[in-house]
Design a protein around this ligand. Structure first.
Ligand SMILES: Cc1cc2nc3c(=O)[nH]c(=O)nc-3n(C[C@H](O)[C@H](O)[C@H](O)COP(=O)(O)OP(=O)(O)OC[C@H]3O[C@@H](n4cnc5c(N)ncnc54)[C@H](O)[C@@H]3O)c2cc1C
Length: 478
């Protein structure tokens, strides 16, 4: 029997697993997909919010500010990309400047440091592409941007090397309690655990409602984005928000840690928890609203669009804690924005609940650090040469847009919790994320995965069951 079963390998489940793996506990993460980072944690704005948005006293506010503070050390320790680029909230009407001031006061109550209101002109000196309509700005120097894939993978890999097990392709269909243990089943196999952590994102209501009479609802709220090529990445340096409305934080324009420009998201309440399509109307809305903030967005440099689903709970705040009538069932439900920013702190909160109840001991051999995949393109010529001599596959460029080598792809497949699919390689190495959006590298990556996994290229999938990439081969060796 496991001490803890964590359901969901998004950023929240894996942050909790990493924190729990510091203790002598038998842990298993159950994930319905084939890999880590296949839910909302891969499709968001990738902002580490400063923490001025949420109501003082709420879990959102407290855990956002705490998560933001942890980010420099964490990104160093676990080797994922994070950059404190600062954020701006734009106000377009003189009469709304008091709302900007309210936001600053709210941020100060939440413990956000160094917030200040600056004039439109001062903001334009910092960000020359801001439109002339900007009247005043709330500037938050502690706002940041992160690689959401990198952070999620880093938590998972580090939890794994510290003993947490991961079971993929395990779609939890039922949970029942028997003799002080939860029996979790996917309809084929039953797994027992003393504690269950519900980190199932947009499905966290479904899981809670399997065990608790205190029902919750989590509705998907879709947000659509446009991603621009790296040639547009320097359009802005800070993250540019608009003064929030009751539907969300408005449309943002931000650089990404990889040097692209990201524009979005809109906010659309939907019913389908799997609907991550993008629409013409959504794209138009994003473009129209982004143009209020930044001049001359180069629309011919858009390389892709995508959408993500906010897990919008009925309480207005994160729902974190033990379900009242189901002792041992710990919810991390309704973790919408700022869930990415708050995730390290959510992980600690969940760990504290469980460790206190179990009176668990700390491990003395916990491995704190994790090394990510070497980024060949960022090395000096001497370092590149030395690496190629050691492993010649680093001399073979597979993804030309992002300059990803075969050596990096092999590392992605062979490392702890390695990639098994095209998307798995993509989120670990960025192969396929560039300007051509995998047009050139897909056949080569398929061949590498097939060889490493000792399967036919015909069996290689994009993201697991039902997503085979090839329908046949027109030559023997691809
Ligand atoms: C448009 C948008 C923009 C956002 N922008 C930001 C931002 O800039 N900054 C920020 O801080 N936050 C942001 N967020 C919020 C943030 O992305 C989420 O709060 C965070 O990713 C939630 O992580 P999670 O682990 O709870 O959920 P997920 O990443 O969705 O993970 C849940 C996991 O549970 C698995 N699962 C579900 N049901 C089952 C089951 N029955 N059995 C097994 N596994 C199951 C899923 O497959 C999934 O892998 C944004 C969200 C959206 C949608």
């Amino acid at each position: 029997m496991y001490d803890v079963l964590v359901i969901g390998a998004g950023v929240v489940g894996t942050a909790a697993a990493r924190e729990l793996s510091r203790y002598n506990l038998k842990l298993c993460v159950l994930e319905k997909n084939y890999d880590v980072n296949m839910g909302t944690s891969k499709a968001n704005s990738a902002i580490i919010h400063a923490g001025f948005d949420a109501k003082p006293g709420s879990l959102k506010a407290k855990l956002n500010v705490m998560g933001n503070l942890m980010m420099d050390k964490l990104s160093e320790e676990l080797d994922f990309e994070f950059h404190r680029n600062g954020s701006m909230v734009l106000c377009f009407e003189e009469e709304n400047i008091p709302k900007l001031e309210d936001l600053r006061i709210q941020g100060e109550k939440n413990g956000v440091p160094d917030l200040r209101i600056i004039s439109g002109d001062e903001a334009r000196r910092k960000e020359p592409t801001l439109t002339d309509d900007v009247k005043a700005v709330l500037y938050a120097p502690t706002g940041g941007i992160v690689c959401p894939f990198g952070m999620n993978l880093a938590f998972a890999e580090n939890a794994y090397v510290n003993g947490a097990e991961f079971k993929f392709n395990f779609n939890v269909k039922s949970i029942r309690k028997e003799d002080n243990a939860f029996i979790v089943s996917d309809g084929r196999e039953e797994i027992k655990g003393k504690f269950v952590v519900n980190a199932a994102g947009v499905y966290s209501d479904v899981l809670n409602n399997m065990v608790s009479s205190s029902k919750i609802t989590v509705k998907p709220r879709k947000g659509e984005y446009l991603l621009f090529d790296k040639t547009a990445g320097e359009k802005v340096r800070s993250t540019i928000f608009q003064l929030p409305t009751k539907l969300g934080k408005g449309i943002l324009v931000t650089p990404t840690v990889h040097g692209n420009l990201l524009v979005g998201p809109n906010a659309l309440d939907i019913d389908d928890k799997e609907d991550v399509t993008t629409t013409k109307e959504g794209m138009s809305e994003v473009i129209e609203k982004a143009a209020l903030s930044v001049k001359n967005l180069p629309m011919n440099m858009v390389i892709t669009s995508f959408s993500g689903l906010r897990a919008t709970g009925n309480s207005g705040d994160f729902i974190i804690g033990e379900a009242e009538d189901a002792p041992g069932f710990i919810n991390a439900a309704g973790i919408e924005s700022p869930g990415l920013s708050a995730s390290p702190a959510v992980g600690i909160m969940i760990k504290d609940i469980i460790v206190n109840k179990l009176n668990a001991d700390k491990k003395d051999n916990f491995i704190e650090k994790r090394r990510g995949i070497i980024k060949f393109s960022e090395l000096s010529n001497e370092e590149k040469q030395a690496l190629i001599e050691k492993q010649p596959e680093y001399g073979n460029i597979i993804c030309r847009c992002e300059m990803v080598t075969e050596g990096e792809i092999l590392d992605a497949i062979r490392r702890p919790l390695g990639a098994k699919t095209l998307d798995g390689v993509k989120i670990r190495t960025r192969a396929g994320m560039g300007r051509c959006q995998a047009g050139f590298c897909t056949p080569k990556t398929v061949a590498i995965i097939a060889k490493e996994m000792n399967i036919s290229p015909l069996e290689v999938t994009k993201f697991g069951e039902g997503s085979k990439v090839l329908t046949g081969l027109n030559k023997e060796n691809i």
